[in-house]
Design a protein around this ligand. Sequence first.
Ligand SMILES: Cc1cc2nc3c(=O)[nH]c(=O)nc-3n(C[C@H](O)[C@H](O)[C@H](O)COP(=O)(O)OP(=O)(O)OC[C@H]3O[C@@H](n4cnc5c(N)ncnc54)[C@H](O)[C@@H]3O)c2cc1C
Length: 324
Amino acid sequence: MSSNEFKGVMVFSEDFEILLELLGKGRELADKLQTELSAVLIGHNIEDERGKELIKCGADKVYVVDNPLLEQFNVEPYTDVLSKLASDYKPEIILIGATKRGKELAPRLATRLNTGCMTECSKLDIDEEGRLVVNRLVYGGSSIAIEVSRVKPQIATVPPHVFEKPAPSDRTGEVVKVEVDVKEPKTKVVERKKKEIVGVRLEEAPIIIAGGRGLRSKEDFKLLEELAKVLGGQVGCTRPIAADYGWFTNWIGISGVKIKPKLYIAVGISGAIQHTAGIMDSKIIVAINKDEEAPIFKAADYGIVGDLYKVVPALTEAFKKLLK
Ligand SMILES: Cc1cc2nc3c(=O)[nH]c(=O)nc-3n(C[C@H](O)[C@H](O)[C@H](O)COP(=O)(O)OP(=O)(O)OC[C@H]3O[C@@H](n4cnc5c(N)ncnc54)[C@H](O)[C@@H]3O)c2cc1C
């Protein structure tokens, strides 16, 4: 197929909120290419309102594929549907939300379409040749790779919350219902269980106080919990605290959760690149460390050099008085 046959930008995520986030970036890319932006809705008994909302948030077209076999996400039929849409409508760019499910889906789709897949892209733009150019963190977050795809469609996955959801406006567009012959998947989901989450998910928490190996025991995290309670925040940690000591189930960083709170306080954390790669989207970073040479101070907006066992209780007391 000649590369001129491809036209338009298509976005998909099985998570509606992330689909909206992709629309904002998709609109920008489509405008630069002076082409059409389409969004894909897959599921069963899909409400008409969803299509309308996607148009208000930037889509020119919404392809709706509604089928009982698509009620729950299953990577096999979802890949069938997306590859059928991509083959019929030939978008030059396909953006997929890099959720757990999107990460399963995107490389399968790329294989079906005989193209490449650029994963976990943090920056996307169009170059002077009209190609999609992406930035991706590589080597544990210590470097940025700038990539283009030699073939079309150019598929890229985008992690959640990299882009803001666009504000709805009075736009018009078209909702197209597409019939796709959906086959029963070869795999069957036997049971679904909701993951128990205490409090707000770290990815969504506006204030995070995280502890590292500077804390000597699990009990000492109570100091951070007290500060978090006063500020209305959540407690997080570095990888060794969770993966080596088992004091928490997840951690912040390149191999864990990437966060973008308004305020991030790093307590007894050295600031290894694998950790800081996951906190760089925080609005304000405060570091507390007894070693003034600790690399975390390079990433921080404010630094307190001192013993966390003295600084944290003092901060908690000060905020208690201030916020009374
Ligand atoms: C492939 C790979 C992926 C990784 N992914 C991640 C990741 O996603 N997230 C992550 O966090 N790590 C990750 N790591 C691990 C990372 O390289 C670091 O080892 C880790 O972040 C260090 O954790 P830390 O800061 O808690 O501990 P340390 O590096 O041991 O730092 C402890 C800090 O506490 C300070 N301190 C000690 N006592 C006190 C005190 N009383 N008061 C104040 N300060 C004190 C010290 O000065 C020191 O700076 C990864 C590593 C690899 C190889």
